[in-house]
Design a protein around this ligand. Structure first.
Ligand SMILES: [Zn+2]
Length: 141
């Protein structure tokens, strides 16, 4: 009989464990590592398509943002993105981190679960976690 009780406690512990893992997963996210390749005077971000997926943003908007911030032409090629000129992986990481702050994180609660809406040419960030609505900090929404 004692064994059965231990099994039960073990089961409860497993449930608790999986719950807290889930909470962590939805509370914040991690950006994928930047995978960059150079060819002549061009930079290819080989895993570009992973970023809009994780960020839950339109890939065209994300590409436009990178292109404007780097001030170079960029083009999507399947899952990859091509940028004119040589860029370090750190340049991409830095820009993605700014993107998260300016286009993703709720200014009220810090949740990344937000969406962008537009009214009268003004972009708003609406938080799905706390319901706050704020004007978007970034320029390229
Ligand atoms: Zn919020």
């Amino acid at each position: 009989m004692g064994g059965r009780k231990e099994e039960y406690v073990g089961l409860l512990k497993r449930i608790e464990g999986s719950l807290s893992e889930k909470e962590q997963a939805s509370g914040r996210f991690e950006l994928p590592p930047v995978d960059v390749m150079w060819e002549g005077q061009k930079t290819f971000l080989r895993n570009f398509s992973d970023f809009p997926k994780v960020l839950r943003r339109d890939p065209d908007k994300v590409l436009q943002y990178l292109s404007k911030e780097f001030a170079v032409p960029a083009e999507r090629m399947g899952d990859k993105a091509m940028f004119v000129g040589k860029r370090d992986p750190d340049d991409f990481t830095r820009l993605f981190n700014i993107y998260v702050k300016d286009y993703l994180e709720c200014p009220t609660c810090g949740s990344p679960d937000t969406r962008i809406s537009k009214a009268n040419r003004i972009s708003f960030l609406t938080c799905e976690a706390c319901g706050a609505k704020a004007t978007l900090k970034g320029k390229y929404a």
